[in-house]
Structures are given as structure tokens and as C-alpha cells.
Design a protein around this ligand. Structure first.
Ligand code: CO8
Length: 257
């Protein structure tokens, strides 16, 4: 039973996780952290789910870590409990995660979106790392992932001034892959999730693993990793089926095997 989010599995092969703390603009407290990482782990292990979607409300994807919960903790408490290290579990999810962002994605909200694999923005989305205005800095990977996504100049600008950027600027900078009108965001996201879920799941997982490897390794090691994984696809039924279907001019019937 979750209290700060809803989880809906769709027969098309994706699951929709909706952050649901409207009174706090989906601020991420420890309960939300536990519920998100537990839901993600369950969905990652569920063979009926090939893709995970995470979204918020039209007004806010998430307005950051919960400042009210955080404001009185001491350094010792934060250090001893490794405050928010639990979010590292998101990067261990092996199935693709799509973030559908409408409204505010600030601080930890922006950082959660950046942990995902496809980042979709509504035309009302606003991204920012405003922690500097609270006398702190991003603490869930923002200084690292934002820099890799948008480059040093814009990451420094955003993290040092705390300014938010709109969806247009986010797309120009490479932070998001598509902008979708706000009232169509959920439907379009579901279509994209259905499309990805219809691919061979071993192959989509290998795509995720291979692209993410590029952030952790040299180019030549990354290319070698990709080639070995590519070779491995020839051990799957879905590779035979996908290539046979192309030759026979029909739609492939992937079985995730
Ligand atoms: N935490 C807790 N409550 C919040 C948060 C938040 N991050 N954001 C909004 N709320 C609450 C407000 O307090 C308010 O509650 P109440 O009605 O009880 O006063 C309610 O949500 C609605 O918010 P507003 O009235 O402020 O709504 P507005 O539309 O006027 O403004 C904003 C929306 C601009 C998003 C504004 O709420 C805001 O600036 N929020 C804070 C944004 C922010 O600074 N985010 C960064 C937080 S720090 C962080 O994320 C660090 C992450 C890493 C931590 C890792 C630790 C190791």
C-alpha cells in the first residue's frame, strides 16, 4: 500500500508510477523515496512490465526534496544515515524508465527526472536546481547529471543562480528529448511507452545498459562493450524473429526471449 504515489500496470506492458503528494507539489520526502524505489524494484522484477513511466501532476513533477523534512537535520544525522543515498537504487533499475514532466521539476525533482532514461517535457515544464538559494547544492546527482546533459556552461549557470529553464530551453540544451502539449503529455507518453514495450525487452534493456555504460567508461571500452552485447543478441529468439520478419515483410512478434 503506497501513500505518496500510485502504481498502475497497463496490459500494453508498461507501468505508470504517479507521484501523488499534491499539497507539497510532490516534494520528495523519505516516504516517497522508499515507495518509489520499492515500486521500481518490484516493476523491474515483474515479467509483465517492460517499461516504467514516472510522472507527477500537471502543476508539478516534483518541486524538490522535502525542505520541511530536511531543514532541521544535523550534519551528523545526514552523514550517518547517508541522507537520500537510497535514490541510487533508481540507477540499478535495468528496464527503461520514462519521465513525463509537467510543471515544476526542481532540485531533487529535476535530479529524479535526470535519473530516468527518456525525459519527456510538457510545454509547461520548468527545470531547475535552485538549491543554491537554500544555501546548499544539488545532492541527488544534479551537479553531475546536469553537466553531462547540458554541458558545463549551462549547468554552472543553473546551479549558481538557481534559475529555472522552460521546456524550450531544456530541449535546446539536450536535457529533454521531446516537448509535448501539456494536455497531451500523458496520452503521448503512454503511446511511447507502448511502443518501447512492444520491442524485445532483452534488447531494450541492452540499449539502456550500453548507453549508460558510455557515462562510466572510455570510448574504446564502451564500443567493445556494445559490440559484445550486440553479439549476444544473436542468442535471442527475438533477434531471429526481428530479422526474419523484416525479410518476410511482416511485423515481428517479439516474445522477450
Ligand atoms: N519541500 C517541501 N514543501 C514544498 C516544496 C519542497 N521542495 N515545494 C513546495 N512545497 C510546498 C509549499 O511549502 C506549499 O505548502 P503549504 O501550502 O503548506 O505552504 C505547497 O507546497 C505549495 O507551494 P507554494 O505555495 O510555494 O506554490 P507556488 O506555486 O507559489 O510556488 C514553487 C511553487 C516555485 C515550486 C515553490 O513551491 C518553491 O520554490 N518550492 C521549492 C523549490 C526548491 O527549492 N526545490 C529544491 C529543494 S532542495 C533539493 O531538492 C535538494 C535535493 C537533494 C537533497 C539531497 C540531500 C542529501
Amino acid at each position: 500500500m503506497t501513500e505518496t504515489l500510485r502504481v498502475d500496470r497497463d496490459p500494453a506492458g508498461y507501468a505508470l508510477v504517479t507521484l501523488d503528494r499534491p499539497k507539497a507539489l510532490n516534494a520528495l520526502n523519505l516516504q516517497t523515496l522508499n515507495e518509489v524505489v520499492t515500486a521500481f524494484a518490484e516493476l523491474d522484477a515483474d515479467p509483465s512490465v517492460s517499461v516504467i513511466v514516472i510522472t507527477g501532476s500537471e502543476k508539478a513533477f516534483a518541486a524538490g526534496a522535502d525542505i520541511k523534512e530536511m531543514k532541521d537535520i544535523t550534519f551528523s544525522e545526514a552523514y550517518a544515515s547517508d541522507w537520500f543515498a537510497g535514490w541510487d537504487a533508481v540507477k540499478r533499475v535495468r528496464k527503461p524508465i520514462i519521465a513525463a514532466v509537467s510543471g515544476f521539476a526542481l532540485g531533487g525533482g529535476c535530479e529524479l527526472a535526470m535519473m530516468c532514461d527518456i525525459l519527456l517535457a510538457s510545454d509547461t515544464a520548468k527545470f531547475g536546481q535552485p538549491e543554491i538559494k537554500l544555501g546548499v547544492l544539488p545532492g541527488m546527482g544534479g551537479s553531475q547529471r546536469l553537466t553531462r546533459a547540458v554541458g558545463k556552461a549551462k549547468a554552472m549557470d543553473m546551479c549558481l543562480t538557481g534559475r529555472t529553464i522552460d521546456a524550450e530551453e531544456a530541449e535546446r540544451a539536450g536535457l529533454v528529448s521531446r516537448i509535448i502539449p501539456a494536455d497531451e503529455l500523458l496520452d503521448e507518453t503512454k503511446k511511447i511507452a507502448t511502443e518501447v514495450a512492444g520491442m524485445s525487452t532483452p534488447a531494450t534493456m541492452m540499449v539502456k545498459e550500453s548507453i549508460n555504460r558510455s557515462f562510466e567508461t572510455s570510448l574504446s571500452e564502451g564500443i567493445l562493450f556494445e559490440r559484445r552485447v550486440f553479439h549476444a543478441t544473436f542468442a535471442t529468439h527475438d533477434q531471429s524473429e526481428g530479422m526474419a520478419a523484416f525479410a518476410e515483410k511482416r511485423k515481428p512478434n517479439f516474445t522477450d526471449s
